[in-house]
Design a protein around this ligand. Structure first.
Ligand code: ZN
Length: 142
């Protein structure tokens, strides 16, 4: 999560909301990292999780990230939750809950929807205050 928090901090330089993500292999190696780049790139899908997943898949040469864990500072949205299911990640660890748009337990629970063919384990609330604090500071400064 410290690595994800570090990534989140990098988003601010590009004018983006500070959210960071890291994909780890089964043995804990970093396979991909990402931070929000929506403003920086003009790409509506450039969320931290999607970027980290794409980079991890490129690194491993496989779309299936079985055995891997995604660590992200904010609860994933519906798009990212979909990407998590499609990439077959084993586990999602997130910091702050997103009561307005979260899709891993708050507003929706896409990642544990029994109608889908893959359901990763979800661990929430890791360093939640630090993760939420980054967002609070960012929006207060705007
Ligand atoms: Zn997202």
């Amino acid at each position: 999560m410290l690595r994800a928090l570090d990534e989140a901090g990098r988003a601010v330089a590009g004018g983006d909301v500070p959210v960071g993500a890291v994909v780890l292999s089964a043995d804990g190696a970093v396979l991909g990292t990402g931070h929000n780049e929506r403003e920086a790139t003009g790409d509506p899908t450039a969320h931290a999780e999607v970027l980290a997943i794409r980079r991890a898949a490129a690194r491993t040469g496989q779309w299936r990230l079985s055995g891997c864990t995604l660590v992200v500072t904010l609860e994933p949205c519906t798009m990212c939750a979909g990407a998590i299911v499609l990439s077959r990640l084993d586990r999602v660890v997130y910091g702050a809950r997103d009561e307005k748009a979260g899709a891993a337990g708050s507003l929706w629970d896409v990642v544990r929807d029994r109608r889908l063919n893959h359901r990763p384990e979800v661990i929430e609330g890791v360093r939640a205050e630090e993760c939420a604090g980054l967002l609070t500071d960012f929006f207060r400064d705007r």
